[in-house]
Structure formats: C-alpha cells, structure tokens
Design a protein around this ligand. Structure first.
Ligand SMILES: NC(=O)c1ccc[n+]([C@@H]2O[C@H](COP(=O)([O-])OP(=O)(O)OC[C@H]3O[C@@H](n4cnc5c(N)ncnc54)[C@H](O)[C@@H]3O)[C@@H](O)[C@H]2O)c1
Length: 445
C-alpha cells in the first residue's frame, strides 16, 4: 500500500484484518516511525485496534523503503494525494512519482492498482510511463494496471472498508481482474458487490459519485436560501422530499458548505476536465460557486447581527466543532477555517473547541492571536457574545442550555448544522439563526 494516509492506512489495515499480508509504505518517515511505535497518526474510530492486532499477527508492517516494499509485494495499491493544481485540475505528481519508484524496483510481474481519486486517463498515464521506464531495463517485466477508486468516508472508514456497499474495479485484462477478485474475495462473501468495468469508466465513477453528492448539498443550500427569503423551513422541506424514494434522505442537509479533502478538489477537477474536453459542466460550476458562497454566508449573517451592537470588533465568539465533519480530526478545507479567518479579520476574539481536532486545528492556524483554545463546549461558551455550531459532533446534541447561556456575555446562537429547534433555543433565551429557517430573535428594549 503506497501512501499511508486516511485511505492507505485504513485499507491496508482492513486487508490485513481479512488475512492478507500488507506492507504500508510512506515517504513521511515520521508517520512510519509513529506507526511502528503502534500509534495512529490521525483519528479514525476503530482503526487503532485493527492496526495493533494485525501488527501483532505479523500481517501488517510499515516502511519507507520502496525497494523492500516492491520486492515483497505482488499487488501494489496507490493511495496518494491528488490535490488541486492552481487551475483546479487534478495534480497527479505524487501518483506518477510513486509509479516511477515502483518501476525502478520491480523484480518481476506486479499489478499496480490506483486507489487515489485521479482524473480519467491517469491509470493509462501510469501504464505508459512505467512501460517506457521498463523498456530501458535489461529484462522488461510485465505488469498489470487497474483502477479501484475508494469510497470510504472518514469517521466510518473502517466499517465502510470492511463492509463496502460496492467495490468498483476498472481493468483491461483478465489477470488483473482475477487478482483483484481474489484480493476482495473475503469482503464479498455475503454479497458480491464487486462491479467490474473498464479503467476510464471506473475513474469517472469516482468523480461522478463525489460530484453527485456535492450537487445534493449545494442544491439543498440553495433551497435553504429560498426558504429563508419566504419564511419556509428547510428542515420540513428536507423531510418532505426525502420521503420520496426516488430522492431519499441522504445528503439532503443544508449547512455551512461542504469541505474536506475530497468534494472541493474533485468537483474542481471534474469541472476542469469537462472544460478541457470541450463539454463544460454548467451544473458543477454552479455547485462549486454555491458552496464557496455558502461557506461565508453564515459569516455575513453574524456580521449583520452585530452591526447594531457595535460590530464584531472586540466581540467574543465561540466555535463548537472545527473538523470538516464529525468523527474525524481532518481539517482539510474545513468551513471553520474560513469562518475563523473572517471573524479574526473583523477584530473578534475566538473561543474554539473541538472534541478531537484541536491539535490538528492548532497546526492549521498560523496566527493564534485572539484565539483561546477551550477544554469543552461549555468552557468555549463562557463570556462569549455568540456561539456558532460548526461541526455536528454528537456530544453537542443534548445539552442543558440554561447554565450555558447564563455564563455568556451575549445570547446569539448560529446553528451552522440545523441541530436545534429554533423555538427551543429561543425559549432558552437565545437569538437563534439556522440555515434555511426563520431566525427567532428577542425584541430589543
Ligand atoms: N480521505 C478520504 O476520505 C478519501 C476517500 C476516498 C478517496 N480518497 C482519495 O484517496 C487519495 C488519498 O487520500 P488520503 O486522504 O488518504 O490522503 P493523505 O494525504 O491522508 O495520505 C496520502 C499519503 O501519501 C504519502 N505520500 C505522498 N507521496 C508519496 C510517495 N511518492 N510515496 C509514498 N507515499 C507518499 C503522504 O505522506 C501521505 O501519508 C486521494 O486521491 C483522495 O482523493 C480520499
């Protein structure tokens, strides 16, 4: 498993859990040292246990050494970063660099499987590059290539990986398909969810899946905006439409925009690819721009609220939740970051709390002036003029708001995830703002 990040480590550990022998390789020597000490470099529920168990069983090991890993592996998965380039296109530098290292150290047939989300054509690019490199060797080794996009979700990655809804496999020769069927056999005993297709379709499937999910979110955020204007409630609308089984309930939540390491970059990459191919995607351009606006919409609502109260300068704002979604410490493209920068630029002081992502958040924010790192959500609320719920961690669901509001300086609550009922929060004494719901604000004397 080349790349020992969220995807590589989880998949590698789950392969080992199913009985395969897995070598996880990474160029980050600190990460490998951490793993060799039995520690997990990021938070993912259930991962530590299976990593430890499989290290002990000698099915899972970690290295920075390509020569060793390539020599001792028959099937090599790539789970590498594919960030956005400046123009939004998919940057495949890491993937190509890894393919080069593999070709350099091959000692016989290998199957190279790309798990990283990469633009359509990447696997063929890997194939051509490796072929060219191997043609310079004394013995040109055969190799197979495949695309096998990953659909795990951070926060439930271990379960997603052990019990996948579907395993998409893109191959163009029988041997590669057969090898992948064998790798995944322990995962498909109960129901055969392996979907086999050609390589380009497999690469496109991953982009289309993420684009569809991002589209649902931006669509709901736009509907929420209309609801706010007319005084309707998006929470009812969501229930009303989700009950239609052609629509379903998943991914219908209005909020402060999607973030994370995948949706923003994958939507941008597909927009870029569609333009390059001469069939620009109007829908995805709108999805991206609605999301960019949505991330700051809450910030503008907060600014407006404080306009009549002397502005945001010297106000104290509490943020509950910092990671891009619950059950992860991943801060990549987290909406909290934009919100924090905006509020700081207006002179506000921030009291921040996240159940798991505090250490990662501290590393992400270069400037810690005007930031207080708090020990829990109640501590963050103390002395604040407003609370913003940014990430819907479960521990924020059932809180006793009476004592919380008593210790605040102000009484504003901005619910970025529509976790609370406006009337309940109003009854507690809050001026309540959600997304796509009518604000409930106490009259000023
Ligand atoms: N994170 C997710 O939820 C998720 C889900 C599905 C798909 N994906 C896709 O999977 C891929 C990996 O994502 P991730 O979140 O695991 O990334 P990550 O940044 O957490 O991990 C990538 C790892 O690769 C290592 N690396 C970089 N260059 C290397 C090289 N040349 N050789 C060996 N290791 C190298 C890095 O040090 C890092 O540890 C991306 O394409 C992403 O879009 C991610």
């Amino acid at each position: 498993m080349v790349g020992t990040g969220y995807v590589g480590l989880v998949t590698g550990a789950c392969f080992a859990e199913m009985g395969h022998h897995v070598i996880c390789l990474d160029v980050d020597a600190n990460k490998i040292a951490t793993l060799n000490n039995g520690q997990i470099p990021f938070y993912e529920p259930g991962l530590e246990e299976i990593v430890k168990r499989n290290i002990e069983a000698k099915r899972l090991s970690f290295t920075t050494n390509y020569e060793y890993a390539v020599k001792h592996s028959y099937i090599i998965f790539l789970a590498l970063p594919t960030p956005s380039s400046e123009d939004g296109s998919c940057n495949t530098t890491y993937v190509m660099k890894a393919a080069e290292e593999i070709a350099k150290h091959m000692t016989g047939y290998r199957l190279i499987v790309n798990k990283s989300t990469a633009e359509m054509g990447t696997v063929h690019k890997i194939q051509a590059h490796m072929k060219q490199m191997l043609s310079h060797k004394e013995r040109p080794f055969h190799f197979g290539v495949a695309s096998n996009p990953e659909f795990l979700k951070e926060g439930s990655a271990v379960q997603d990986c052990l019990k996948p809804d579907r395993i998409v496999v893109g191959t163009e020769d029988d041997k590669s398909l057969e090898l992948l069927r064998n790798v995944y056999a322990p995962f498909t005993i109960n129901h055969d969810c392996l979907i086999s297709m050609d390589i380009l379709s497999s690469e496109m499937t991953k982009y289309a899946a993420n684009a569809m999910l991002a589209t649902r979110i931006s669509f709901m955020n736009e509907m929420a905006h209309i609801c706010e204007k007319i005084g309707a409630n998006i929470n009812y609308v969501r229930k009303g439409i989700g009950s239609d089984n052609r629509i379903g309930y998943s991914f219908l939540y209005a909020g402060i925009g999607y973030g994370g390491s995948c949706f923003p970059k994958d939507v941008k990459a597909l927009i870029h690819a569609s333009e390059r191919l001469g069939c620009p995607s109007q829908v995805l351009k709108a999805v991206d721009s609605v999301n960019n606006e949505q991330k700051l919409k809450m910030a503008y609502t907060i600014e407006k609220y404080f306009e009549s109260k002397g502005g945001l300068k010297d106000k104290t704002i509490a943020l509950w939740g910092l990671s891009f979604k619950p059950d992860t410490d991943d801060m990549r493209e987290a909406p909290s970051l934009q919100l924090i920068n905006f509020l700081k630029s207006k002179g506000a002081t921030l009291r921040l709390y996240d159940p798991i992502a505090m250490a990662v958040a501290k590393n992400c924010l270069n400037d810690h002036t005007s930031i207080h790192w708090c020990k829990d959500e109640k501590h963050a609320a103390e002395g604040s003029d407003a609370i913003i719920l940014v990430t819907e961690w479960k521990q924020f669901r059932l809180l006793d708001f009476g004592p919380i509001i008593k210790k605040m300086k102000g009484k504003a609550f901005f619910d970025g995830r529509n976790q609370y009922k406006a009337c309940d929060m109003h009854a507690h004494g809050f001026d309540y703002y959600g997304i796509g719901v009518k604000p409930l604000v106490h009259k000023t004397e």
